[in-house]
Design a protein. Structure first.
Lengths: 306, 268
């Protein structure tokens, strides 16, 4: 109904001004096309039409993809079997998320606590990795000799599976929790080192010449030229690191136990609550997606046009 | 103007060679040149003749392998704000606004002696000089190529350098913008009495702007072939000069040097 009204009122003029959308929605909502309103509002209606069209173009395809997944899932589990159906999983999820922050002892806590525990580990491990990796990347980018010494080591250590580092962490720290954090640290440090170093090497010579002609102080060179120039590379490194860290945490927690989304998955497997495992998969995916989007947003905010 | 005869920058027996895989490459040899205070000197020659290398030597961005360069009675030890450079590709920092780009230079030169308000006023005056007051808070990515180059010139001028060095400053611009900026540059030079060394490959630009045109022979081992003194009265107007016999004569002398005596390396 509304779509027809919009099409009828949509003349040729298209505007990208989004500010008029609230007014326009009001107009569509009133949906009684009395003559004075229609005469007064064709402009805002055009804008609303364009806005709505853009909105649907952005939202409908992903929504359709999601529905396709759930549909296929539903068909596959229709005859019963080990994998629970979407409906059953949804019911379990509503119960689960009704009380995400309960505590019944150290091994039985709400899903909210588990997610937060995992995020905390990722935050600490990633934070240390950034603290070490970004300055290390600057040094490697600035000093070619150092890069020639360290690069073979990085090439050697980078492909090592995160879980191979876990025993070393357990051995050194004697406790499970810092060992998991250590694993995150070691896995998320490489993209930050390498991207930062690459960014430093790619600072255009022109900018460095400007710095030399102006004879800027080392501090100004770092804050006004090196840092802004390297920032996009650094953010790419950070984004890759966060992604890796979130991938690794689940595996690490499965092995170390305690509280955390990875441990929770393993625990629910032992309890044979398969719908909870599926919920956990969705939760892990959504949190990973949010982390990625957050950093993309940050990168966009900091990006200045070249 | 007698002060133009006073020796200000001097290049004495300068040679420049680079180490390459094929051995030593001699770019410049036996360069001797003196530039007077307030003089406008152009360096012209075919591409690859080392004119930008010579400019970089005066800037101090590279150091000569032989000979000495002297500015205001002192050997040039390296780059410095008293010899401001207008780069070929403007080289503005894209994360700073036009204002901030200039302010960075002004701050470096005058922060020790002046207050923040005065620094800001200087920056604004520099922008006004090149007619960009309206665009001062825009980022370089938001303005046209000609405007960027004007900011680059304003940045260099705002430093009140002893010598202004320009490396094909208008090379990347369209003909109309180039002409307007050349006129602006002449007006600014007349007002500030700046000493300018400009690299160009444009014959008309060289004749229009210069007091002297230094013509370089083809590389490798390039050196100064001829020096042409341009005695056209100032202020110069391009419309008037287009039919001026003197202008035509200077122009044909440069062309004669470039295309008869020093054929392009590819054509030779």
């Amino acid at each position: 109904m509304t779509a027809i009204t919009i099409d009828e009122l949509a003349p040729t003029k298209r505007s990208s001004e989004l500010d008029a959308a609230p007014q326009a929605k009001q107009f569509v909502a009133s949906s009684v096309p009395s003559v004075p309103i229609a005469a007064a509002a064709p402009n805002s209606a055009t804008e609303s039409a364009a806005t709505l069209r853009a909105f649907f173009a952005a939202v409908l395809p992903p929504l359709f993809g999601l529905m396709l997944l759930i549909g296929a899932w539903h068909l596959a589990t229709r005859g019963g079997g080990a994998i629970p159906s979407p409906a059953k999983t949804w019911d379990a999820a509503t119960i689960l998320f009704a009380d995400p922050f309960y505590r019944n002892g150290p091994n039985d806590q709400g899903i909210g606590w588990n997610i937060l525990a995992s995020l905390q580990r990722v935050g600490i491990g990633f934070g240390f990795a950034a603290l070490v990796g970004i300055p290390a990347g600057f040094l490697l980018g600035r000093f070619a000799l150092l890069a020639r010494i360290v690069n073979p080591l990085i090439s050697l250590l980078r492909p090592v599976s995160p879980l191979a580092w876990l025993p070393i962490g357990l051995l050194v720290f004697k406790r499970a929790d810092p060992a998991a954090t250590w694993t995150i640290f070691i896995c998320s440090i490489w993209p930050m080192i390498m991207n930062t170093a690459q960014g430093v090497q790619r600072v255009p010579q022109d900018y460095l010449n400007v710095a030399r002609v102006l004879d800027l102080s080392e501090w100004k060179v770092i804050t006004r030229i090196l840092f802004p120039s390297v920032l996009p590379y650094m953010l790419t490194g950070i984004r890759l690191s966060i992604g890796t860290a979130w991938l690794v945490i689940v595996a690490a927690e499965m092995l170390t136990g305690g509280v955390g989304i990875g441990f929770w998955v393993w625990d629910e497997w032992n309890n044979l609550k398969v719908e909870h495992i599926i919920i956990a998969i969705f939760v892990i995916g959504i949190v990973g997606l949010l982390l990625e989007q957050l950093l993309l947003l940050l990168a966009k905010r900091l990006h200045t046009e070249v | 103007m007698n002060h133009k005869d006073r020796k200000y920058v001097s290049v004495e027996n300068v040679g420049m060679s680079f180490a390459t895989k094929q051995g030593k490459f001699i770019a410049l040899r036996d360069i001797n040149l003196t530039i007077g205070q307030g003089e406008f000197v152009s360096l012209i020659g075919h591409s690859g003749c080392g004119k930008s290398t010579l400019l970089n030597l005066i800037a101090g961005l590279t150091l000569p392998t032989s000979g000495v360069l002297i500015c205001a009675g002192r050997e040039i030890p390296g780059p410095g704000p008293e010899r401001a450079v207008v780069f070929q590709n403007h080289s503005l920092l894209p994360w700073l606004t036009c204002f901030e780009n200039i302010y960075l230079a002004v701050e470096r030169v005058f922060a020790r002696t002046e207050l923040k308000v005065e620094l800001k006023a200087r920056t604004e005056r520099a922008l006004e000089l090149v007619g960009l007051t309206h665009a001062m808070h825009k980022y370089p990515g938001e303005v046209s190529g000609g405007m960027k180059q004007r900011v680059g010139i304003a940045r260099a001028l705002a430093m009140e350098p002893k010598v202004l060095l320009m490396d094909e400053p208008f090379g990347a611009l369209d003909a109309l913008t180039r002409a307007r900026l050349q006129d602006e540059l002449m007006a600014i030079c007349a007002a500030t009495q700046a000493t300018v060394v400009m690299v160009t490959h444009d014959v008309d630009e060289a004749v229009l702007l210069s007091d002297r045109i230094v013509m370089l022979t083809n590389g490798p081992q390039a050196t100064i072939g001829e020096v042409l003194r341009v005695d056209l009265p100032r202020p110069r107007e391009r419309l008037h000069l287009a039919h001026d016999a003197g202008y035509m004569e200077y122009r044909s002398q440069v062309i004669e040097f470039l295309y008869a005596k020093q054929q392009h390396p590819l054509a030779a």
